[in-house]
Design a protein around this ligand. Sequence first.
Ligand code: PMP
Length: 412
Amino acid sequence: RPLLPVVGADLPLPVLGGGTRRHVHLDLAATAPALRAVADAVTAALPWSGSVHRGAGLPSQVATARYEEARREIGTFVGAREDDVVVVVRNTTDALNLLASAVAARGGEVVVVDVEHHANLLPWRTGAHRLVPAATTVQETIARIAAELALRPAALLAVTGASNVTGEVLPLERLTALAHAHGARIAVDAAQLAPHRRISLAASGVDYVAFSGHKLYAPFGAGALVGRRDWLDAAPPHLAGGGAVVEVRSDGTDWAAAPQRHEGGTPNLVGAVALAAACRTLAALPEGALEAHERALHARLLTGLEALPGVAVHRLFDDADDAIGVVAFTVDGLAPGLVSAVLAAEHAISVRDGRFCAHIALERVLRRPEGAVRASLGACSSLADVEALLAAVERLVTEGPAGEYVRCDDGT
Ligand code: PMP
């Protein structure tokens, strides 16, 4: 059974041949449905649509209090230290772009592994960075990172918490110790990790974490960058405008300290409230419950897919000892886009295909320039979802597609 209820879990979708089927959502790594608790929090916040940090009226006062409370809850969710800053941004991409401009402003290089999602690769490419090619094992990849950090000082090591392609999780505490031993800070792209594992900046020593609400069972439009204050106070304002300043004169501007410095414009009250509600709901689960739920489903998905003839599961590393419920696979003789189209049209199952905004991972490491299919699960998934996918892939392997399909997206 699902661990947490979400909005739209019973959505009936039309299927080829007529009729409808319950939607099986196994594309949570792209965007997860909203938790019911999140929808309730948004509904409760909407009547108090006052402008955050602007206005003496009661709606504005309530909105401001709720926004700042949401900020605190988001920080608590990732175990923020007392002096850490929580910047409410649009998403992980936004968070990492902000951090990239902070690093550029202070100077210094960023070390990054090449299999990252583009959100944790391209922002660094706008400045001084060194790209470490991932090896076929975690051990060797860490050795390469260590060698790169030892070569000459770097300001930051930027790594993913969990791969959006294969779900593999890197040993963050080891990487943190490594970065710190070489005088660098560490930033973790937790877009995929945060919905599945507890994160604690205080306990792990990680300096910065970035994540997105829409992958964490909240709707779109809000994410967070959480971490050390000094770089964020010194960074150029991420969004220059009202609210980001202390004083504006004819001859200059006194910028506010972080987080306001980076949150120019009217704050996203509903986004922050939704994200905080998702954080609160996940944090309230009994210790280990989410991980146990997802591990059981993940194990069944892996063994089920691996048992099907002509189906290959892909991994970046031979020795990763942990992974979240994200599985990349291909079916011999069938293009990934065809597989995902058949799953959607004939079975009402949502998965993703393509190169998952991680082109180097797909091409250089997995050697799949044509992409792969990705199934991803979470707190709202059930064994029935996994069995439905396995049965549908089995039918596709044995009988082939029932209809003809035309690609309608760009598969990137
Ligand atoms: N990093 C990873 C690992 C991701 O999976 C994603 C989203 N696919 C991102 C960053 C970017 O997240 P967003 O699109 O919400 O900015």
